[in-house]
Design a binder for this molecule. Structure first.
Ligand SMILES: Cc1ncc(COP(=O)(O)O)c(C=O)c1O
Length: 399
C-alpha cells in the first residue's frame, strides 16, 4: 500500500487523538530509523524516552524471542518467575523496595495514589494528594487530576476529588498548604518535568518536599516515568539530588520497548496493597518482564551510566554554545534528557521542522522547547552529526 493510502486509512479507521508526524517509521536499528520511503533519520526522540537502548538491541530481542518460546501470558493468579527476577533486580538498585507491575505510566501513578490513600485511611483519615503546576502524570482520571495544564483536562470534568495543585518550585506556597491542610497523604513530583519542556525542579525545593513529608507523615512520591531507567545518567534521577522517596513510579523505558509500568515502594508502606485491593490482568506479563530485565541489566551497569553522564555533559556543553544565538533563550539538560528553549514559538517549530527535513528527529514540546532524547548508547559521532544539523537549522532560519 502507498504511504498516501495508509495516511488516508489512518484517518478513516483510527480515532484522531494524536498529532502525528507526516511520516511513517517502518524500521529501526541502533540510533537510526527509516521511513516508508527509505529515508534515514537519526532518532533523538527514542519513542519519547522508551527506546533507551536504541532500536533492535540484540540482548533485548533475544530475551523476547526466548521468552516467546516458553510462555506469552500467564495470569497474576500464579507466581510469575520473570516478575520475581525483575523485581529482585530493581530492588538491588533501591535496597529493599518492593515492586508492583502494571502497563503504563498513568497506571503506575494510579497505583501510587491508591496505595497512598489506603495507607492514609489508617493514618488520620487522610486522602489529599498534592502535585505541581506544569506537572504531567498521565491521562487516566486519577493521574489526570494530578496533571496540571488545563489543555489535558479540557472536556473531562469532573475530575477525581482530593487533588491540590501548588506552584512548581515555590517552597513557601507548599509549606503554607502543608501547614493548613491536615488531610494531605502524598506529594507527587517529577524531578524534571519532561512534558512541560524539560523544566528542572529546584534542588532545594525537592529537599524541602522530602523534609515536609517526613515531618508531617506524608508519602513522598517521585514520578520517574520519563527520567528514570538511566535517562539522566543514574538509574533513578533522584540519585542526583540525594533524595529518599517512599514511592517511585516508572514506565516508558522500564519494559525495554514493551508496555510496562511499576511502582517501587519502601517496604514500610508496600504491604498496604493487600490481596485483591489492586491489580491488572496484563501487568507484569512474562514478555515485558523478560524484555525489561534484559534492558535494565545493560542500562544499570555503572560503566554504561558513566558513559550516559559523559555523553550528556558533552552534548549540553555544545548546546550551550549553540544557545548563544539570539533566537534561543536557554539550553538545559541532565544526562541525555535535554532541551533547547526558543524565545519564539515559531522558531522552535521551524527549527524542529528543518531537523526533520535534514533527517533528525527531535520533539517540539510546550511550544517553545525542542526536547532531545537520544538513545542512551548514542555514539559521540551521532551527537556531533545532530549538532551539525542544529547549526544548519539555525543558519537556515536566519536566511
Ligand atoms: C512524567 C510522566 N508521568 C506519567 C506519564 C504517563 O505515562 P503513560 O503515557 O505511559 O501513561 C508520562 C508520559 O509522558 C510522563 O512523562
Amino acid at each position: 500500500m502507498k504511504s498516501s493510502d495508509i495516511l488516508k486509512e489512518n484517518n478513516k479507521y483510527l480515532i484522531q487523538n494524536y498529532q502525528r508526524f507526516p511520516i511513517q517509521i517502518v524500521k529501526g536499528d541502533g540510533s537510526y530509523v527509516w521511513d516508508s520511503k527509505g529515508k534515514k533519520y537519526l532518532d533523538f526522540i527514542s519513542g519519547i524516552a522508551v527506546n533507551n537502548l536504541g532500536h533492535k538491541n540484540r540482548k533485548v530481542n533475544s530475551a523476547i524471542v526466548s521468552q516467546l518460546d516458553k510462555m506469552l501470558h500467564v495470569s497474576n493468579l500464579f507466581v510469575i518467575k520473570e516478575q520475581v527476577d525483575f523485581a529482585k533486580e530493581l530492588s538491588e538498585s533501591k535496597k529493599g523496595f518492593k515492586s508492583f507491575f502494571c502497563n503504563s505510566g498513568t497506571e503506575a501513578n494510579e497505583a501510587a495514589f491508591k496505595l497512598a490513600r489506603r495507607w492514609g485511611v489508617l493514618n488520620g483519615e487522610r486522602s489529599t494528594i498534592v502535585s505541581f503546576s506544569g506537572a504531567f502524570h498521565g491521562r487516566t482520571f486519577g493521574s489526570l487530576s494530578a496533571t496540571s495544564p488545563r489543555k489535558y483536562k479540557y472536556g473531562f470534568y469532573p475530575l477525581t476529588p482530593g487533588f491540590k495543585n501548588v506552584e512548581f518550585n515555590n517552597i513557601e506556597k507548599l509549606s503554607e498548604l502543608v501547614a493548613k491542610d491536615k488531610k494531605i497523604v502524598a506529594i507527587i513530583v517529577e524531578p524534571i518535568q519532561g512534558e512541560a519542556g524539560v523544566k528542572f525542579s529546584n534542588k532545594k525545593f525537592l529537599k524541602k518536599i522530602e523534609i515536609l513529608c517526613r515531618k508531617n507523615n506524608i508519602l513522598f512520591v517521585l514520578d520517574e516515568v520519563q527520567v528514570g531507567i538511566g535517562r539522566t545518567g543514574r538509574i533513578f534521577c533522584h540519585e542526583h539530588y540525594n533524595l529518599k522517596p517512599d514511592i517511585i513510579t516508572l514506565a516508558k523505558a522500564l519494559g525495554g520497548g514493551l508496555p510496562c509500568g511499576a511502582i517501587m515502594v519502601n517496604p514500610r508502606f508496600a504491604d498496604f496493597l493487600t490481596p485483591g485491593s489492586h491489580g491488572t490482568t496484563m501487568g507484569g506479563n512474562p514478555l515485558s518482564m523478560a524484555s525489561g530485565l534484559a534492558s535494565f541489566k545493560q542500562i544499570s551497569k555503572p560503566s554504561f551510566l558513566l558513559n550516559v553522564r559523559d555523553r550528556g555533559a558533552f552534548f549540553l556543553s555544545e548546546l550551550k554554545k549553540i544557545a548563544k544565538s539570539p533566537k534561543i533563550k536557554e539550553a538545559r539538560g541532565l544526562g541525555l534528557i535535554l532541551a533547547i528553549e526558543f524565545n519564539l514559538q515559531e522558531d522552535a517549530k521551524a527549527f524542529s521542522s528543518i531537523c526533520l527535513e535534514r533527517g533528525l528527529l527531535v520533539l517540539l514540546t510546550e511550544k517553545y522547547n525542542v526536547r532531545i532524547l537520544p538513545p542512551l548508547n548514542v555514539k559521540v559521532g551521532e551527537v556531533k552529526n545532530a549538532l551539525k544539523i542544529f547549526k544548519i537549522a539555525l543558519e537556515e532560519m536566519n536566511d
